[in-house]
Design a protein around this ligand. Structure first.
Ligand code: NAD
Ligand code: 0WE
Length: 263
């Protein structure tokens, strides 16, 4: 029996079969979870429906996370199918204007870009918790978000996404403190770089992956399945004592200052 048997999970952030959210969904499905998915827009609808079917799910709902009414509608619909609540919500969403993910942070970060990055990449996690709170409370559920080391340390081009991830990680701790008394856990998973749609078109991403593979303690890049397994664990009862945590799934990159390979 899988460790997510009888668990009901909402997955927000699948765009393709390379999405980190898809890696998490696949792992959860393998462990027996029942899944529901949202898709950002009609362009992604059929792709998400196909992937959902692969994971044994017919529950897909439109949701642009910048819209409170979209988020509210997702839980209203979900309640019709899952009347006694939900066990987990996975948030794997980020966005900043492309022009701001390159070059000088100070010169290229606009008021509007900063606002957008924070709204879509950080506030949306809080919004999902607000609207999902009652369903999560019913089953002592868990919330999980995806973050990146760029929220802790500066690196080229990540720019405005850095402060947005820092905000997301701090929100994770405040949410853990707020929702803990209701038995709801809140964690973040900090993944190493992975080639997904969100990484496509990022300058030098290929170089970054090649460099990473040489310098991480494990001397490799992580896969969406490796991230997926830890995501499933964090949303399961195996992690019943873990909340407010940021778990790195990055082949150890965060823990070294020099790899030793360059000496
Ligand atoms: P992805 O492109 O597959 O997923 C990003 C998702 O965000 C897409 O499904 C997209 O539809 C969704 N999205 C963007 N704006 C939205 C909106 N307004 N409403 C609803 N959905 C919206 O890329 P990914 O790499 O799987 O990204 C998932 C998460 O993982 C992000 O939070 C990202 O920051 C994080 N992450 C990615 C990496 C990496 O290297 N790929 C590393 C660490 C963390
Ligand atoms: O969080 C991310 C990327 C998120 C992202 C990606 C895009 C591309 C398309 C946010 N907004 C947009 N806007 C778009 O128009 N990652 C962790 C992946 C990533 O992005 C980088 C990285 C890594 C890693 C950008 C620069 C340097 C490293």
């Amino acid at each position: 029996m899988g460790f997510m048997q009888n668990k009901r999970v909402l997955i927000v952030g699948v765009a393709s079969d390379r999405s980190i959210a898809w890696g998490i969904a696949r792992s959860m499905h393998a462990q027996g979870a029942e899944l529901a998915f949202t898709y950002q827009n009609e362009k992604l609808q059929s792709r998400v429906e196909t992937l959902a079917a692969e994971a044994g799910s017919e529950l897909t709902f439109p949701c642009d996370v910048s819209s409170d009414s979209d988020i509210e509608a997702v839980f209203a619909s979900l309640k019709q199918h899952w009347t006694d609540g939900i066990d987990a919500i996975v948030h794997a969403v980020a966005f900043a204007p492309r022009e701001e993910l390159a070059g000088s942070f100070v010169d290229n970060t606009t008021r509007e870009g900063y606002r957008t990055a924070h709204e879509i990449s950080a506030y949306s996690f809080v919004a999902l918790a607000r609207y999902g709170r009652e369903m999560l409370r019913q089953r002592h559920g868990a919330l999980l978000t995806l973050t990146y080391l760029g929220g802790e340390r500066a690196l080229p081009n990540y720019n405005v996404m850095g402060p947005a991830k820092a905000s997301l990680e701090t929100a994770t701790r405040y949410m853990a403190a707020d929702l803990g008394p209701e038995g709801i856990r809140v964690n973040a998973l900090s993944a190493g770089p992975i080639r997904t749609l969100a990484a496509s078109g990022i300058g030098n991403f290929k170089k970054m992956l090649a460099h990473n593979e040489k310098v991480t303690p494990l001397r490799k890049n992580v896969t969406i399945d490796e991230v997926g397994n830890v995501g499933a664990f964090l949303c399961s009862d195996l992690a019943s004592g873990v909340t407010g945590e940021v778990v790195h799934v990055d082949a150890g990159f965060h823990c070294v200052a020099l790899s030793g390979a360059e000496l």
